[in-house]
Design a protein around this ligand. Structure first.
Ligand code: SF4
Length: 164
């Protein structure tokens, strides 16, 4: 929020929340196919807040990039390149660590549903034979929940339902 807006509306810049949002929802062209998932309702919901765009995949794999998916091996989940079979788990998790280091004081996180990194309970999970075995959290979302245990972490679908 800029000062002019704050003075005009009476809304204090100091009341703004600090919200990390999946960058593709903000209109950044950071999806695997080079597209965005710009979401007007999400952008409007936080127009008076401090927004921290967050995309854990683009810095690791570039854009456009091969598709990745979450693969369950034993009790653990990994995020693997669908074509290469390469394991990107640690690199994606490192992006979350960077966010935590730079922004330990987030008030809220809004993630893109169904993504292998950002999905919250909506991400398809595969076994080692590439068979779909259910839905769960993306790799980054899983770590964000542990790293920010005390704040609301939601996705664009639930955000609309809760009218946050
Ligand atoms: S869903 Fe997450 S990882 Fe995928 S493009 Fe959007 S911000 Fe990046």
């Amino acid at each position: 929020m800029n000062l002019t807006y704050a003075l005009a509306t009476g809304v204090s810049a100091f009341n703004a929340r600090k919200v990390a949002i999946s960058a593709c929802l903000l209109g950044e062209f950071c999806r695997y196919d080079g597209a965005s998932k710009s979401d007007a309702a999400v952008i409007a919901a936080f127009e008076n807040d401090e927004i921290i765009p967050f995309c854990p995949e683009a810095p690791v794999l570039g854009t456009p990039r091969q598709r990745i998916s979450v693969v369950k091996k034993g009790d653990q989940r990994f995020v693997m390149g669908e074509q290469s079979g390469e394991d990107f788990t640690q690199a994606i998790l490192a992006q979350v660590e960077l966010l935590v280091q730079n922004h330990p004081d987030l008030d809220m996180i809004v993630l893109k549903s169904k993504s292998p990194s950002c999905g919250l309970g909506t991400t398809p999970i595969f076994n080692e034979k590439k068979e779909a075995i259910g839905f769960g959290d993306g790799i980054a979302a899983q770590k964000l929940k542990v790293s920010y245990p005390d704040i609301v972490i939601t996705d664009e679908i639930n955000l609309k339902e809760s009218k946050c």
